[in-house]
Design a protein around this ligand. Structure first.
Ligand code: AMP
Length: 282
């Protein structure tokens, strides 16, 4: 595996890899890699000739009161994991390489970024769109792999890639979970043992919505109310939002005619957890 930290070295490294092989899969991450990230690397390895991974804790997607400094950065561990999974290249640039002095250009997306994570984390998706656009330009992948865990992010990035004419496919892969159902996240390490126990409420709330939907409930309001009740069984949990939305537009819907995404964000102490599920009328 090639390990690269500068933009100057990235081009030649990719060129050398591309020479013998054709398609490039790309897995952008912020590191602290877990089984969720590794599943994306595995999907890319299965489908593409070359797999490039990036580890970059992107400062522009963190708000001033957020955990940029505290965010875990176990780069040696991440490098070993990428090697073990058979990635061909790991790009792990320092911040000054991506945002050198005088940096002034951002990708601002409207509409899809205005609600949910974008409303609570002001500016978050501008940072996400900017860094993804930069990374897509640098790596020039044929397919970029994202997790369903960050559902709104996958919609926002797909829209950005289309709007900015990136010639690539966005592939969204299923959420990988702990045995008790909690979606894997680099931020789960912030949870105290008690908060970690209560964090299973998110998956249980989604299970409840899925069960009601399977029994024929199509109205959003009873689904949301039932999920709220499940979350409130966890005394430390505070709901940021629960919403039933159109899976493409992210607009809230009252009734599920064909498909919906159910989005959920919950605070446990200072830690925010997000999760979601898709509901499809058969
Ligand atoms: P992050 O390092 O948190 O920015 O995540 C990098 C990529 O991994 C994003 O596309 C996430 O959606 C994806 N990801 C994070 N957690 C999971 C998970 N539990 N299952 C699947 N994909 C995930």
């Amino acid at each position: 595996m090639r390990f690269v930290t500068s933009i100057a070295d990235l081009g030649p490294a990719l060129k050398a890899l591309r020479k013998a092989k054709k398609s490039v899969g790309f897995v952008p991450t912020m590191g602290a890699l877990h089984a969720g990230h590794l599943s994306l690397i595995r999907s890319s390895r299965a489908e593409m000739d070359v797999t490039a991974v990036s580890v970059f804790v992107n400062p522009t997607q963190f708000g001033p009161a957020e955990d940029f400094d505290a965010y875990p950065r176990p780069l040696d561990h991440d490098r070993a994991m990428c090697e073990k999974e058979g990635a061909d290249l790991l790009f792990a640039p320092p911040v000054a390489e991506m945002y050198p002095g005088g940096y002034a250009t951002y990708v601002l997306q409207e509409r899809y970024t205005e609600s949910f994570e974008g409303e609570i984390r002001t500016g978050h998706f501008h940072g996400v769109c900017t860094v993804c656009a930069k990374l897509f330009n640098l790596v020039q992948p044929n397919t970029a792999y994202f997790g369903q865990k960050d559902y709104q992010q996958s919609v926002v990035v797909r829209r950005m890639a289309r709007d900015m004419n990136f010639d690539l496919t966005i592939r969204v892969c299923p959420t990988v979970r702990e045995p008790d159902g909690l979606a894997m996240s680099s931020r789960n390490v912030y949870l105290s043992p008690e908060q970690r126990r209560q964090a299973t409420a998110l998956r249980r709330a989604l299970d409840k919505a899925e069960a009601m939907f399977e029994s024929g409930e199509r109205r959003a309001q009873p689904l949301v109310a039932a999920m709220e009740r499940v979350i409130h069984e966890a005394p430390a949990a505070k709901v940021d939002y629960i919403a039933v939305v159109n899976p493409d537009s992210l607009r809230e819907i009252r009734r599920i005619e064909s498909e919906a995404a159910v989005l959920l964000a919950v605070r446990l102490g200072k830690t925010r957890l997000i999760d979601n599920t898709r509901l499809v009328v058969k």
